[in-house]
Design a protein around this ligand. Sequence first.
Ligand code: NDP
Length: 274
Amino acid sequence: MTAIPTVTLNNGVEIPQLGFGVFQVPDAETATAVTTALDAGYRAIDTAAVYGNEAGVGKALAASGIAREELFVTTKLWNADQGYDATLRAFDAGLDALGLTHVDLYLIHWPTPARDLYRESWKAIERLVADGRVRAAGVSNFQPAHLRRLLDGASIVPAVNQIELHPGLQQAELRALHAELGIATEAWSPLAQGAVLGDEAIVALAERHGRTPAQIVLRWHLQLGNVVIPKSVTPHRVRENLDVFDFTLSDAEMTDLAALDRGLRTGPHPDSLN
Ligand code: NDP
């Protein structure tokens, strides 16, 4: 089985560089999808309270018989649950649905800047870390201004910022800031939900390497140092997306892919989602 490399976070915790996302997978189908992923060799699962499928994830984890310390489970605090007390309550509910006693990574899902509650929410997450119920604390969809505001008064620097990132939206500014602050970049919609898989340059590289376009895109992420969490409910794609550790894109090929950056968003803009 493929050994998945890890990225060491700023608190020493190791996160598998390639994990499995379950956005838009109905709860009743989630256990099957996660079981397929675990059988294929994935060990990191990315869910969220708002996906409504933490229970399905938990069911598959429990049935797998895989030791808890070999698994890496991420879930996220939903927008409506921001604020100090509400965060603690929402975390308990998520843990309960997952059937776990701790999560490996807990993220504030969106900054929702108009509510301006993310600093209070972060205080609650810092307490969950101190209590040993969260191994690493992070954020998602934070723009540079949100990160700076969060850091002002925070005692923990986020370990991760999970952002929309793929060849159509390469996020140079955020990636540079993350490098400066010691925050790992995690790419959501790493395949742009399929929207970049027909790009001419990607198709050409796929033909050259005898790979699929999705494998080229995932390889590009890995070589940039991104953590990636592709989603698929199609068993052969689940396996295909993991089969990306035995080839390399050249510097010239990486440069070809850099040219595909075009401000393509598949999801909302973090400044305006409230
Ligand atoms: P992805 O970029 O992972 O794309 C998923 C889509 O691509 C599905 O339609 C899937 O189809 C298809 N696909 C997957 N693998 C292949 C392949 N090898 N060849 C062709 N098509 C393929 O999009 P997501 O939006 O799901 O993002 C991944 C994860 O990121 C989510 O599941 C979630 O965990 C996280 N996320 C986080 C967000 C946040 O705000 N923090 C926002 C959005 C996502 P099929 O399933 O039918 O096989």
